[in-house]
Design a protein around this ligand. Structure first.
Ligand SMILES: Nc1ncnc2c1ncn2[C@@H]1O[C@H](COP(=O)(O)OP(=O)(O)O)[C@@H](O)[C@H]1O
Ligand SMILES: [Mg+2]
Length: 220
């Protein structure tokens, strides 16, 4: 009975279908090394698992090497990126048997509403996701014509979000990020709801020149 209850609690707390005991153990260890403490598992995607820390940041443990390289490159630019997530610490996990090889400590963003998610995926995902010409296309009147003259709620929202989306593209271009996995599950609002922020900057490995900065390493 006691064990059952413990298991039930663990499942409730850690959503153990996604987060295994090993995942939690690794996340706790990495957080500790970084002077952080895991508050709770947040969510997972196809490459990585994200945890909220007590200081209000997100620790992501991922198998996406490109995301690591981009984060490593961008983590130099502290405090001036507005629409790409700010990184605090990035590095490699040294392990014999754990599939996820990289960690990234970053800011946490606030979730989008369902209407914002639907709108982004319906109107903007096709234009930007894995598209090397995202900058030309997001500024191309013809391509974005269908969102003009709004009358439905979704189209109104598409117009409202347009300047935020352009700002994200501008920062991607500035940092020479050629393609991204642009969709609603990879973005959120910053703490004052001033900027829409992209946080999962993975994509296509051959496009990235690995940085020659020293790589932080944590043994797990
Ligand atoms: N910085 C963050 N702020 C808020 N939520 C996040 C953050 N990073 C990740 N998440 C949550 O975790 C999920 C998985 O993270 P993500 O970086 O998209 O992983 P993957 O590379 O596997 O797609 C996201 O969809 C989101 O719900
Ligand atoms: Mg993602």
């Amino acid at each position: 009975m006691e064990i059952k209850f413990k298991l039930f609690l663990e499942k409730l707390i850690y959503n153990s279908d996604i987060f295994s005991k090993k995942d939690i153990k690794v996340a706790k260890k990495v957080a500790k090394e970084l002077g952080e403490k895991i508050l709770k598992p947040l969510n997972a995607g196809s490459f990585g698992k994200a945890y909220e820390t007590e200081s209000g940041k997100v620790l992501k443990i991922t198998s996406d090497e490109e995301e690591f390289h981009i984060a490593q490159k961008l983590s130099r630019n502290k405090n001036w990126m507005k629409c790409l997530i700010n990184y605090y610490n990035v590095g490699e996990l040294i392990s014999q048997d754990y599939d996820y090889k990289w960690y990234i400590l970053m800011d946490k963003v606030l979730p989008l509403t369902t209407l914002e998610k639907v709108t982004i995926n319906y109107y903007y995902m096709d234009i930007i996701q894995y598209n090397k010409n995202y900058w030309e296309d997001i500024n191309n009147e013809k391509k974005i014509k269908k969102i003009r003259n709004s009358d439905t709620n979704v189209r109104k929202m598409a117009n409202k979000l347009y300047p935020y989306i352009v700002k994200i593209c501008k920062e991607l271009k500035l940092h020479k990020i050629k393609e991204t996995d642009f969709h609603s599950e990879n973005m959120g609002w910053d703490k004052n709801f001033e900027n829409l922020v992209l946080f999962d900057l993975g994509g296509c490995i051959e496009e990235i020149e690995p940085s020659n900065r020293k790589i932080n390493k944590i043994k797990i």
